[in-house]
Write a protein that binds this ligand. Structure first.
Ligand code: ARG
Length: 487
């Protein structure tokens, strides 16, 4: 087998690393995604080392300058990552040494790759979750716009996928706005717990060097420090919590997608989707398929799989760091990429949907959707609900027998079933009237839907402010955007 000599731990080793071992051990192929976060952490750490006189001014200048050059190469894509240097941390440190010589070796004073990767991951999460928070906000905003437009367009609501009671298309859309608002809140919450600074925990037991953890946290705009060095280097809760929150996002995305697939079917015919969002069949000329909603539904699977993968990786690990934890990254990166892709396409998909309001209204006409309203009418006449339910059940049976609808019965038909039917009993058999009466907070009465839209928009405003407030530090922004570093 091929062997290579590793310089990071070469002192203790007499034999070189087996090439297959090197290939399996290396994570650079995927953790290079953390490169700019790694550099941000190193810049903050180096500033602290300088402030504590652990490195001198020249060394600090060389380190800061070298890291900035490397960041520019990472941004432009010209930085060459090599498997021989195993991971992103050693690739960057190695490149720094090539540029500035031995003082590069001082950067790792008081630091281990274990607390370094813990920091990088948290910075990366803070950045990604901030972006996702904003993208979820755009979905909520589109949903409220569409819901406002269709706040009084009646459609059947379902339980057990059987027509149940009238609602409006706007009310149905706002159900998803509620879900995505909760998702935004969960994402912001996960980000808050990720924004805790672990550097200074060392490999597992801190460091005897006179470092200043608060200084590093302040540079990186992280409000708090981790409290236990063992936990700090082996805690993957921020990744687990993110994957849990992402899985719930995908439950919502997938349910919405499933409904769009149903609604665009000929069987439902409630919605048409613009051609730009569909594909045809290479065989059946008449087909127009809702591929994008189907993919949104399908992509939920890989996100749930990522959560499962990391739960299993973590469940049996003794404290503190174990190399198993390197397996956290690919599922996490894939899940965030997948969810951001799905959330990113939703606003345009929602705008590409047009409700077929006549089909929705026709579907309301069959199926006794107003039977409960008739029962509620009897309740308003003083009849106990259980008895009213039974009476209306008989009315439905009578209709089935006569092959007619409830509104085709006469008042005297109804009164032979129960004497308490009022003169206005048949007036309740009108979908719009029924909707207007469902005038409870959170109910489908159009004015309540408009009220819910206003409240949701206010909540969205609050959440958007929070998304903006807890994002990446000035150092990270400068590195990502190629601006000058804050002093
Ligand atoms: N690539 C490693 C990871 O992602 C970094 C930490 C390595 N630490 C170590 N002691 N080998 O987990």
């Amino acid at each position: 087998m091929d062997k290579t000599q590793n310089s990071a731990w070469g002192g203790r080793f007499q034999e070189a690393t087996d090439a297959a071992v090197e290939a399996m051990n290396a994570s650079v192929a995927f953790d290079k995604a953390l490169a700019l976060e790694d550099i941000a952490g190193s810049l903050a750490h180096a500033r602290m080392l300088r402030a504590r006189d652990i490195i001198n001014g020249d060394e600090h200048q060389a380190i800061e300058g070298g890291l900035q050059e490397i960041a520019a190469e990472v941004r432009s894509g010209s930085f060459e990552f090599t498997v021989a240097r195993e991971d992103v941390h050693m690739n960057i440190e190695g490149a720094l040494a090539e540029r500035i010589g031995p003082s590069a070796g001082k950067l790792h004073s008081g630091r281990s790759r274990n607390d370094q990767v813990a920091l990088d991951l948290r910075l990366w999460l803070r950045r990604e979750l901030s972006a996702l928070g904003g993208e979820l906000g755009a979905v909520v905003s589109t949903l409220t716009q569409e819901a406002e437009q269709y706040a009084s367009v009646p459609m059947p609501g379902y339980t057990h996928l059987q027509r149940a009671q009238p609602i409006t298309f706007g009310h149905h859309l706002m159900a998803y706005a509620s879900m995505f608002l909760r998702d935004m809140d969960r994402i912001i919450d996960a980000r808050k717990r990720a924004s805790v600074m672990p550097l200074g925990s060392g490999a597992l037991a801190g460091t005897p060097l006179p470092i200043d953890r608060h200084r590093v946290a302040a540079e990186l705009e992280m409000p708090t420090l981790t409290l236990n060095s063992l936990d700090a280097v082996s805690d993957r809760d921020p990744a687990l919590e993110t994957l849990s929150a992402l899985s719930i996002v995908m439950v919502h995305v997938s349910r919405l997608a499933e409904e769009i697939v149903l609604w665009t079917s000929q069987e439902f015919g409630f919605v048409s989707l613009s051609d730009s969002f569909c594909t045809g069949s290479s065989l059946m000329p008449q087909k127009k398929n809702p591929d994008i909603p189907e993919l949104l539904r399908g992509k939920a699977g890989r996100v749930f799989g990522s959560l499962q993968a990391l739960l299993v990786v973590m469940k049996g690990l003794p404290l503190a760091y174990n190399k198993d934890m390197q397996e956290d990254k690919e599922p996490l990166f894939d899940a965030l990429h997948t969810v951001r892709q799905c959330i990113g396409i939703l606003p345009a998909l929602l705008e590409a949907m047009t409700p077929k309001t006549q089909n929705m209204a026709d579907a309301l006409g069959d199926g006794f959707l107003l039977a409960t309203d008739l029962a509620d009418h009897l309740v308003s006449q003083g009849v106990p609900f259980r008895e009213a339910h039974h009476v209306i059940g008989s009315a439905v049976a009578l209709c089935l027998d006569r092959k007619c609808r409830l509104e085709d019965l006469s008042l005297s038909d109804l009164r032979t079933l129960h004497p308490a039917f009022g003169d206005n009993a048949l007036e309740v058999l009108d979908a719009s009237a029924s909707l207007a009466q469902r005038d409870v907070p959170g109910g489908p009465a159009p004015k309540r839907v408009l009220e819910a839209i206003a409240i949701s928009r206010a909540q969205l405003d609050e959440l958007q402010k929070k998304v903006l407030a807890g994002g990446p530090s000035g150092i990270e922004k400068a590195l990502h955007e190629g601006q000058e570093l804050p002093k």
